[in-house]
Design a protein. Structure first.
Length: 280
C-alpha cells in the first residue's frame, strides 16, 4: 500500500514529464510547415521559416484544374468559372460561342511546363484551367501531360485541385461519334488513373443544367473556390440545354404500366391516378 508521501512523489513526476513533453513539442508547431505547403520554398537551412511563409499562408494560391472527356462540358464550366472577378480563367470564351482548346490561356504550360517558372499572374490567387482527356495538340490526339503541368504549378507555389466532369455516357458516346468519328472515353478512363492520387472532386454536367445557380453555390463550398453563381450571365450560358438534341420520346414501357397500376391501386376516387392502367 502506498504511503501519502509516495503518492505525492508519483504525481510530481507525472507533472514534470507532462510539462517537459509540452515544452518540447510546442516549438515544432511553430517551425513546421503545413503538409500542403512546399517546404523547399520557405524552409531555411537551419530549419526555420523565411519571412515569405506567413505571407504565402495568408494569400494561398489555388489552381482549379477542370478535366473531362471530350464533349463533357469543359467549355461550359470554363465560361462559368471565369465569371468571378477574383479568378483568372478563360475569360475570352465568354465573348464568343466556342474557341478551339489550343487557344486556352494556359495551353503554353501544357506544351512547356517550365513556362510556370516565368509566369506572372499579377494579383490573382485563383486560377481555373480547363483541359479535356484526350485533347488535340498539333493535330495529334493524346492525353494531357498532367505530371509535368502539375509539378510546374506546385513548384511555383500553386495548390492544385482537380475537378473531373461527368456527363451521361450515352450522350457522350453519341457526341464523340458525331464530332470525332470515334468514342474517346477510354482516354479519360486512363487519365483518371493518373489523377486519382490527387483526390479529385467530381462535378456533373446534368446537375449544372438542372439546378443551375443552386448547384454552383454548392460547388463553391465543395471546391472552396470563388464562383459567381449570381452573375446574370449564368442564365445566358445555361439557356440552351446541350443534352436536348440527343433525347427523344419513347413509347410506353413495361415499367410505365407497373407504376401506373401501383399508383392507381392506392388512389382514392376523383384523384389524378384513380382508375389509370385498368384497361391496359
Amino acid at each position: 500500500m502506498l504511503s501519502r508521501t509516495q503518492f505525492h512523489i508519483i504525481l510530481l513526476n507525472t507533472r514534470i514529464i507532462t510539462s517537459t513533453y509540452f515544452v518540447v513539442t510546442l516549438p515544432v508547431k511553430f517551425t513546421t510547415l503545413p503538409p500542403d505547403i512546399d517546404n523547399t520554398q520557405y524552409q531555411l537551412p537551419n530549419g526555420g521559416l523565411t519571412t515569405n511563409y506567413v505571407q504565402n499562408a495568408m494569400t494561398k494560391k489555388k489552381l482549379l484544374l477542370i478535366v473531362g472527356p471530350q464533349g463533357s462540358g469543359n467549355h461550359l464550366y470554363s465560361k462559368i468559372f471565369a465569371l468571378h472577378p477574383d479568378v483568372l480563367g478563360w475569360k475570352e470564351l465568354n465573348k464568343t460561342y466556342w474557341i478551339v482548346h489550343d487557344q486556352e490561356p494556359f495551353n503554353k504550360f501544357w506544351v512547356d511546363p517550365t513556362e510556370w517558372d516565368r509566369a506572372d499572374f499579377g494579383e490573382y490567387t485563383n486560377l481555373c484551367v480547363s483541359i479535356s482527356a484526350p485533347y488535340v495538340q498539333n493535330g495529334v490526339t493524346l492525353n494531357p501531360p498532367f505530371k509535368g503541368f502539375i509539378e510546374g504549378a506546385e513548384r511555383n507555389g500553386w495548390t492544385v485541385q482537380v475537378a473531373i466532369i461527368g456527363r451521361d455516357i450515352n450522350i457522350l458516346e453519341a457526341q464523340q461519334q458525331r464530332l470525332r468519328g470515334k468514342v474517346t472515353i477510354p482516354y479519360m478512363m486512363e487519365a483518371i488513373k493518373e489523377l486519382e492520387p490527387l483526390d479529385p472532386d467530381y462535378i456533373s454536367h446534368e446537375m449544372l443544367c438542372l439546378y443551375k445557380q443552386h448547384y454552383l453555390k454548392h460547388l463553391a463550398k465543395v471546391l472552396d473556390f470563388p464562383i459567381a453563381h449570381d452573375d446574370p450571365m449564368v442564365d445566358d450560358i445555361l439557356k440552351d440545354n446541350a443534352n436536348a438534341k440527343y433525347v427523344s420520346a419513347v413509347d410506353k414501357t413495361e415499367l410505365d404500366r407497373i407504376v401506373e397500376k401501383g399508383l392507381a391501386a392506392t388512389s382514392k376516387p376523383g384523384t389524378e391516378w384513380y382508375g389509370r392502367g385498368e384497361d391496359e
